[in-house]
Design a protein. Structure first.
Length: 167
């Protein structure tokens, strides 16, 4: 089986989250429910045990999960964090997080595998007629290692980080 990426955790804090629950935790450690929400399984993702806990491994081609909830709906400021491990041999363009409200509103977190030497973070936000992508190939990161990525949108400014460094 080809493997492309493993994901262990997604954290979301937004203007839509309430004071009692300021952060949504989506632990990707099972194939029955994510964050208390039902899921649709696409392809054959697998739960695996890693040195930092259970994770879901995707082949990067036709594996996926659709969560029956859009935690970003109505948010005008947010932070999305994800812990993931991209593997050598994965596809060149790997979209591993996609929130979509409708045809005009979506948030994407992707990576670009740079010829199996390293990878670069690619993030995208589209809201109505406005859209913004962040991608800079000069900021590279190691394959086959656990990483933390954060996408932040606040006061009309979009930023992203890998392992706490702006990239």
């Amino acid at each position: 089986m080809q493997k492309a990426i493993s994901i262990i955790l997604i954290l979301i804090s937004s203007s839509f989250c309430n004071a009692q629950n300021p952060i949504l935790w989506y632990s990707l450690d099972n194939l029955s429910k994510i964050g208390g929400n039902t899921i649709e399984i696409i392809g054959n993702p697998k739960v695996i045990e890693t040195d930092i806990g259970s994770a879901i491994e995707f082949n990067g081609i036709d594996d996926g999960l659709i969560v029956a909830n859009n935690p970003m709906s109505g948010a005008n400021a947010f932070t999305v964090e994800i812990i993931f491990k991209p593997y050598t041999g994965g596809g060149i363009e790997q979209r591993f997080l996609h929130f979509q409200q409708d045809d005009n509103n979506r948030i994407l977190i992707e990576l670009r595998n740079n010829n199996d030497n390293n990878w670069t973070l690619d993030t995208f936000i589209k809201s109505g007629s406005s859209s913004k992508a962040l991608l800079d190939y000069s900021f590279t990161h190691n394959l086959d290692a656990w990483n933390h990525a954060a996408l932040i949108y606040k006061d009309g400014v979009m930023q992203h980080y890998v392992n706490r460094k702006k990239s």
